[in-house]
Design a protein around this ligand. Structure first.
Ligand SMILES: [Zn+2]
Length: 131
């Protein structure tokens, strides 16, 4: 059974008894499955912007857009305007980051988006790092 079928079954037959943890588990699995099925997803690269929550790839309390500053074989470090560096690693998290990158800058309720803060030009650079 696929993750999508799992999610669908639980939503239609067991939603009254589902915990938030179980719901997160099912949603994450379905998203990861969809991300893995995306053909030809471009590898993450330094300079890519990953928007918003990114399906929890950086943790549950991460809601800001970030730009990738460093990459390794299965990890990335990314940072937004005036934010601490954020770290994500592992196949699932990076697939979710690819998905958030591809979807572009969005707003939670479909209102006209503010410009993406991670895509806006910054002030005077502190290093000569370039995307
Ligand atoms: Zn954004």
């Amino acid at each position: 059974m696929t993750a999508r079928e799992d999610l669908r079954r639980e939503m239609t037959h067991n939603h009254l008894y589902m915990t938030e943890e179980r719901a997160d588990e099912l949603i994450d699995a379905a998203l990861a499955e969809a991300a893995a099925a995306t053909p030809g997803a471009r590898p993450l690269a330094v300079g890519d912007v990953i928007h918003g929550f990114a399906y929890g790839a950086f943790g549950r309390d991460h809601y800001h857009c970030v730009r990738i500053e460093a990459i390794g074989p299965d990890w990335i470090v990314a940072r937004g305007a005036n934010s601490e560096p954020s770290f994500a690693d592992g196949e699932r998290a990076l697939q979710l980051c690819q998905r958030a990158r591809e979807e572009g800058h969005q707003t939670p309720y479909g209102e006209p988006p503010e410009p993406c803060p991670a895509e806006a030009s910054a002030g005077a650079p502190l290093t000569d790092w370039q995307a």
